[in-house]
Design a protein around this ligand. Structure first.
Ligand code: CO
Length: 132
């Protein structure tokens, strides 16, 4: 496990939150990207070594829509950079963590990602991500 690569924040409106975070961080998002398989529109702000990822649902069945329904807007996940995602996934599994996907999947911002079930991580959704 390396640095915190990004913090994911669930928002109702990407447009409104882009404006808000642009003011907060005093910079514009460097990219916007839709991940259809996840039902999300995302935008990314670079802030030092760490990024902020804003996530907006594209449909009512999106995990982000369900998250906001349950908890409201707010921090959705913390993503750690890893060098070898397969090896880290194996290690996590052997430590008893529950993986939400058994094989790495293609995430936003040119990453291979795997999520750990928040049940096993004190309620915090953890993302492992490897740059590709
Ligand atoms: Co993420």
């Amino acid at each position: 496990m390396k640095n915190v690569e990004h913090i994911g924040i669930a928002v109702k409106s990407l447009e409104a939150s882009n404006e808000l975070f642009s003011k907060l961080l005093n910079r514009q998002p460097y990219k916007q990207e839709s991940v259809e398989s996840e039902g999300v529109n995302t935008s990314f702000f670079q802030n030092g070594e760490t990024k902020i990822e804003l996530l907006e649902a594209t449909n009512p069945d999106s995990p982000i829509a369900k998250f906001i329904e349950k908890k409201g807007e707010g921090i959705h996940h913390i993503a750690f950079e890893v060098e070898d995602i397969i090896a880290e996934m194996e290690r996590m599994k052997s430590e008893g963590f529950i993986l939400l996907n058994e094989t790495p999947k293609r995430g936003a911002d040119n990453k291979l990602v795997c999520f750990l079930h928040p049940k096993g991580t004190n309620g915090v959704l953890i993302e492992l991500c490897q740059s590709i």
